[in-house]
Design a protein around this ligand. Structure first.
Ligand code: SF4
Ligand code: MG
Length: 270
């Protein structure tokens, strides 16, 4: 049993997250994963944008950057280029990363830049007022869609895979042991690694969508976030409403920063 407080920036508590929010579970799970890999506080950098998930850097006592809306991956790219030895972790949300920051997201995946992105997907803009986000399921309600969203949602793991990420996984805050293993694998991967984390928002999403109590959202994850190996065996009818979890992509391909360093070495020899 280790002391979580070692990694906690106590001066910023109490935190701003609502009761029943999944974001605190992600913070604790990340600390467990870092501890498992013996990542020291000095060698890790956490970068975030704007939103509830992006408050995480305030609460973890490593090197942190809280940046502008949608730009966390761009700042993280700069950090990694400046000091490639750092373990760069981006924490972001569905709105931050795939709406405002959508271009940075797909191009960091395409370039396969060595960083781990923890993308908290709560199907809504939480902090900024409960608006429809790119992952709000069609028909679900939001402050900007009182009769239900008319839009088709992004599959954000699928987006990263299609863009070229070398590691893509999906986990959730109910199945925390699985989530810890996925974060460990993502941190170990050399290249762009994404963990999409289903992290419920009872305040902005749940109460508009018949799941006002945090326990309702946890039960939904328990029953519907299922391992990909089980999901793949279901009929098309049975798959409806279910979300596959686990490692979705794990491939080897050249990593951008290493390629950049190789080029510098080659040019030095000329
Ligand atoms: Fe969490 Fe939603 Fe509250 Fe933000 S608004 S802290 S995502 S429950
Ligand atoms: Mg969100």
């Amino acid at each position: 049993m280790f002391d979580y407080l070692e990694y906690i920036r106590k001066r910023n508590f109490p935190h701003i997250w609502c009761s029943g929010c999944g974001d605190g579970i992600v913070l604790k799970t990340l600390i467990r994963a870092m501890k498992k890999l013996n990542i020291s506080k000095d060698e890790a950098v956490m970068v975030s944008g704007i939103g509830c998930s992006s408050r995480t850097p305030g609460y973890i006592d490593i090197n942190t950057l809280h940046t502008t809306h949608g730009r966390a991956i761009a700042f993280a790219t700069g950090v990694k280029l400046a000091n490639p030895s750092l373990k760069v972790i981006v924490v972001t949300g569905d709105g931050d990363a795939t709406a405002i920051g959508g271009n940075h997201y797909i191009h960091a995946a395409r370039r396969n830049i060595d960083m781990t992105v923890l993308l908290y997907n709560n199907y809504i803009y939480g902090m900024t007022g409960g608006q429809v986000s790119p992952t709000t399921p069609k028909g679900d309600k939001a402050s900007t869609a009182p009769y239900g969203s008319l839009e088709q949602p992004f599959n954000i793991s699928g987006l990263a895979s299609a863009a070229g990420a070398s590691f893509v996984a999906r986990g959730d805050v109910y199945h925390v042991q699985q989530l810890e293993k996925l974060i460990v694998k993502a941190l170990e991967k050399k290249g762009f690694s994404l963990v999409e984390i289903l992290s419920p928002c009872p305040t902005a999403y749940g109460r508009r969508n018949r799941m006002a109590h945090p326990v309702d959202l946890m039960k939904w994850l328990r029953d519907n976030a299922i391992p990909k190996s089980r999901f793949d065996k279901l009929s098309e009818e049975e798959k409806k409403g279910k979300v596959p979890t686990g490692v979705l992509i794990d491939i080897e391909k050249p990593e951008f920063i290493s390629e950049y360093e190789k080029l510098i070495e080659t040019l030095k020899g000329k």
